[in-house]
Each structure stands twice: as C-alpha cells, then as structure tokens.
Design a protein around this ligand. Structure first.
Ligand code: X8Z
Ligand code: ZN
Length: 616
C-alpha cells in the first residue's frame, strides 16, 4: 500500500512540475521552478502538500478503520472511547488540512490536483468544529449513538412460552417477516422504537456541532456538505433528486395501491384504511423500506417463480456458502478471488458472547487488500442479495486501491451502493440453474418481477425522504421540538405510510434507523436504486443480451466484467458523469432503465388498480 502510494505521489509531483510550465507562460510574478515568493503559493507546493495529505490521511484512515472494526465487532465501554478518540484525531487532521488547502485557491492547477484539494473538504461526512473541546464532544456523541443502536433489544411485554424473552433486531426482523398477527407486529414495531428515545438529546447536540464543523469549511450546514458530493451545487442536487423521484412516482403509486388493496383484504378495513396510508407495522420490514415479505399476499400468479429462501434452506447453504456464491459471480466476470484474509477476518454471523453492530457493511481496512464484510447472515433471499451488495463494495474498493487516497472512493456514493446490487439483478432463474441451486428453471411469469418491485420500487420514497428529513434538520427548518412530526409527515407524503398509534415528540423514530445514529448519508441508496438499472441495461447490452431486461444475467461474461472494472478503477478521480459515460455512454442519472425493467409489471398493476381509488 505505502509503496504504491509513494509512487503515485512521485508521478504526481513530476507531472505537475511539467505542466506547471504552462502557468509560467502567463504574466505571473513567480514561476514554480524558481520557488516561492513570500506568501505566494506555487504548483509545486500544492503538489507536495497533496502528496503529504494523501500519505498522512492513508495512515490515519487505516488506524481509524482498525479501531472502528474492533468496536463494531465488540461494543464495549472501552471500544466506544477508542473510536471516539481516533475519530477526533481524523476530524482534526482533515479540518486543518482543508483550511491549509485554501492557500492554493488562486493557483492555476491541473484538474486532478484542483479536484483533490476540493476533496479534502469533502473527505468526511462529519467535520468537527475547530474547538478541541467541541470536537471531542462531537466524537463522543456519535460513538454513543452508534453504540445505543448496536446494543438495542426489545423484551416482550408478556413472555411467550418456549420463545426468547428478549429480541435482537435480527429476531425482530423474523417476527415482522413471518407473523400476520397485527398485535404482535405492532408490539415489535413499537418496541424497537424505544431504543432511540435516549438518542434525541444526543442527536440534537450532534446536529449543532456537525453544523458548526461544516460551516467552518464554508458550507451552509452539514446538509450543504452532503449535497456537495455530486459535482454540482447543493440546490441543483436537490432538484436532481426530485426530478428522478417524479420519474418513478407513478410506478410507486400503482404498487402502493395494489399492496393496500391486498392488505385490506388480509387485515380488514378497520386495520387498513381503504383510501389512506399503509400502516407502518404491517409491511414486513421494520421501516417499511422494502416489502418483499408481503410477496405471498400480493403475488400476481399462484404457481411458478422460485422461492430462494426455501432453495437455500433445502440445499443446507450456510452463511459462508452464501458468500461463496456471491464471490463466484464476481470471479465469473473475470475479477480476482477475494483474498484469503477475507475469509479469516470477516464477521459472517452474530457472535453469541458480545454485542456487535449487525447492520451489514464492507471494509477495506488497509485500503489495499484487507477486505472484509461484517454481517449477521441469516439464510434467506434478503441476505443473499445483501451479500452481493457488500461484495460489490469490496470489489469496488479493490479496483481503485492504486489511486491517491483522496481518489479512493466511487464516482459518487450512489455508484458504490449500486455495484453489488447490479450483480444481484443478474440472479435470474437460468443463473440459479447454472450454479446448481435449482434443477429446473420454472416457466417465466410476473412473480419474480413483483418480488423485485417490492424490493426496489417500494424503497424509492424511503431512500428519498431519509435525507430530506436530515437536510431539513441541519438547515434548522425542522426544529428539535418537531423531529418526529416532520419525520412522519415526510413518511406520509412520500411513502404513503402512517404509524398505527400516535408518535409524538416523546419518541425519536428517525433514530431507530441505523443510518441516522451512524451518520451515514442516505441519498446514495436512492441514487443507487436508479443507477443500478442504468448499469444493468448497459452491461446487458455489452453482454449481447436480447429480450426483456429482467431476464438478463451477465454471469460469466468477461467483457461485461472488464467494462465494470474499468469504471470502478476510475474511483473518484473524475466527475461522476465521466464514470457513468465510461460504462453506459450516458452522462445523466436517469430512471428510464428502471421503468423499462418494470414495464410489464406496471402494465399489470394498472389493470389491477382499475376501479380502485389510488393515492392517500
Ligand atoms: O445500509 C445498507 C447496506 C450497507 S451500505 C446493507 N443498505 C440500506 C439499508 O439497509 O437501509 C442497503 C439498502 C439500503
Ligand atoms: Zn452499501
């Protein structure tokens, strides 16, 4: 790792020195070759500065990743403090370097250098205030929120004979997935939300301090920083999100309408209002962010389709086996196997003896080849997809590992989130047969597409509103006294979902979703949901696929793999439209691919909804 980075840095200095000649031709008082006139910055200095930042940042990030790994896989008082300490150190470093970078503002620089200087400011999702005490407080607050979330459990009001008394979030997933008893569902749904009540105060302070940090870097607030990741102004980015949402909204509304009709049929009008929002606890998922567990209630055809849950269980697939299927897919595209250390160091299952953060994540501890995933794998379709998602992160991380540290990321964060999902879109019937998971491909009907829609289309408004809420909070438009009210009004507006019981300001429901206490921006998942279909369409074309997009699998296609890897290798070195162009030939994010993919289902939904009053 270190050697490669040093080489890059030297190359950079050389190429910069060469191109610096160009700036010497302009009527400038100094030439970089001659050196610095007092107070005036030069290209060569900028180059040295960037080389040092890339080197020091790498060392710091590696240290931070190690600490974070240890904490996430063992939540204790001590690991919480250790992570807060290292976070503080990283925040201090980046904050200081971002300030120092300002001195090159007026120097004419090659685009790659200018970009890196800008990326220093964007290198963290949570910048700290310059004051050391406030910085330490912010680091402590975020570590605290993460650990409250990670340790969260719920114990049944009345213990059930023969069943666990206290449930982890994973146990609660199972209840929400399988139970059709509305009282039980409501108890679990409400029970989980008790964990976030103590977060409210901590969160409020985190907002104040995070904003202060973002403002010290010249952003309006923390939301302003998050919206600046996309090679356009924050205002333009907000518009971009809304534009994409408007493209897909009609499809979402038709899916919502059909699902509601089926929920009414199942639970009755007293529980599910015929013309109103969907009750949040009846959607088979803790946040109503995807509805795949409602498949049996809403499926278009009776027979056919593949029940991957059942297949995986029948084949006695274990967690490692699930990961091996995903790795084999990437290998079939011509990419390397995962390193041996991946298998040794990853956390695949929930340990019995300690608290861990079960929320799935992918890591590249040394920014080179120490790739790992951390998951509490359950043997089901959802986790099968999530494993592909996580390995997508790992393969992306490995593809750009030779770039300067500041470029070691995806073109925009939606690209990172889309990568593994694209692979999961290729998990089709014929693919499952090829890898021996099923013996016979069932005749094609609309069922698999419905299953995907419950995952992808249902997700869209949730993906959109998570950060709409936070942008509002960071800007001060949403006041601490109305956190929950604003949350539920966005849930109603975009998702058409409502809680079954009042959720006043004595609750803090946004905190019951991982990314809020963990300070992970969420617009990325919305973008990924759109982008992955654009990638899929392009890759299928490269693979020479004919016929509907939903039947395409790029499994075993080396050319598709080569093109995908070429895009991943660009990392964050170029504005994202260039990376998108490299793979798809397109320069805009666009929902036409996702709409194309689901067109047959949308037609079917429209027919089903005839005579129903849709909307809420
Ligand atoms: O957080 C994730 C991944 C890790 S980056 C498991 N996802 C979002 C979520 O769970 O809310 C993937 C889909 C959306
Ligand atoms: Zn992810």
């Amino acid at each position: 790792m270190r050697i490669a980075t040093t080489l890059i840095s030297i190359t950079l200095v050389l190429s910069v020195t060469l191109s610096a000649g160009a700036s010497c031709q302009q009527p400038r008082p100094i030439c970089p070759k001659i050196g610095t006139v007092q107070g005036q910055a030069t290209v060569a200095e900028a180059s040295r500065f960037l080389a040092a930042v890339n080197k020091d940042l790498l060392a710091l990030w590696i240290k931070q990743e190690r600490m974070r790994w240890v904490q996430a896989t063992n939540l204790t008082h001590d690991t919480e403090i250790l992570v807060a300490k290292v976070d503080e150190e990283v925040m201090e470093f980046i904050g200081r370097k971002a300030m120092e970078a300002n001195r090159f503002d007026k120097v004419k620089l090659p685009a790659a250098m200018r970009r890196q200087l800008r990326l220093i400011k964007l290198a963290q999702t949570l910048p700290a205030p310059a004051d050391a005490k406030e910085r330490a407080e912010l680091a402590t607050k975020t570590a605290k929120m993460k650990s409250i979330y990670g340790k969260g459990t719920y114990c049944w009001k009345t213990p059930r004979p023969g069943k666990k008394k206290c449930l982890s979030l994973g146990d609660m997933y199972k209840v929400l997935a399988k139970s059709r008893n509305p009282d039980e569902l409501l108890e679990v749904w409400t029970g989980w939300r008790k964990i976030s009540v103590p977060m409210r105060k901590v969160f409020k302070r985190y907002v104040e301090l995070g904003n202060k940090g973002a403002q010290s870097l010249g952003f309006k607030d923390l939301g302003g920083l998050w919206k600046s990741y996309y090679d356009m102004t924050p205002a333009a980015f907000e518009k971009e999100m809304d534009r994409l949402w408007l493209q897909v909204m009609p499809l979402y509304k038709d899916l919502h309408c059909h699902v509601r009709a089926k929920l009414v049929a199942k639970y009755g009008k007293a529980k599910v209002p015929e013309k109103g929002p969907l009750p949040a606890h009846l959607l088979g998922n803790m946040w109503g962010q995807e509805w795949t567990n409602l498949f049996d209630l809403v499926k278009p055809q009776l027979g056919g389709g593949i029940d991957l849950d059942r297949v995986l269980k029948a084949k006695k697939t274990d967690p490692l086996g699930m990961v091996r299927y995903a790795e084999a897919f990437f290998v079939s595209l011509g990419l390397d196997k995962l390193p041996k250390t991946f298998w040794k160091r990853s956390m695949f299952t929930k340990p019995r003896d300690r608290d861990v953060v079960c929320h799935a994540s992918a890591w590249d501890i040394d920014y080179k080849d120490d790739l790992r995933i951390k998951m509490c794998i359950a043997i089901n379709t959802k986790d099968f997809v999530t494993i592909h998602h996580e390995l997508g992160h790992n393969y992306y991380q490995r593809a750009y590992n030779n770039l300067p540290t500041l470029f070691q990321n995806s073109a925009n964060d939606g690209f990172h989130e889309a990568l593994g999902d694209v692979i999961a879109l290729s998990v089709t019937g014929p693919y499952l047969k090829k890898v021996g998971l099923i013996g016979r491909v069932p005749p094609l009907n609309l069922n698999p597409m419905m299953r995907k829609a419950l995952e992808k289309i249902a997700f869209l408004p949730f993906g959109l509103l998570m950060d709409k809420w936070r942008w509002g909070v960071f800007s001060g438009r949403i006041k601490p006294g109305e956190y929950n009210k604003a949350w539920w009004s966005l849930r109603l507006k975009y998702q058409g979902i409502a809680p079954a019981t009042p959720r006043g300001e004595d609750h803090f429901d946004p905190g019951a979703k991982y990314h809020i206490p963990a300070n992970v921006p969420y617009a990325r998942y919305f973008l990924a949901a759109i982008l992955q279909f654009q990638f899929h369409r392009a890759l299928c074309k490269i693979a020479g696929h004919k016929g509907p997009l939903s039947t395409c699998s790029i499994y075993d296609n080396k050319e598709a793999g080569r093109r995908l890897n070429a895009m991943m290798k660009m990392g964050l070195s170029k504005p994202w439209p260039e990376a998108l162009k490299a793979l798809t030939g397109e320069t805009k994010m666009d929902a036409s691919a996702i709409l194309d993919y689901f067109k047959p289902l949308h037609e079917w939904l429209k027919k089903q909804n005839k005579g129903r009053a849709c909307g809420w």
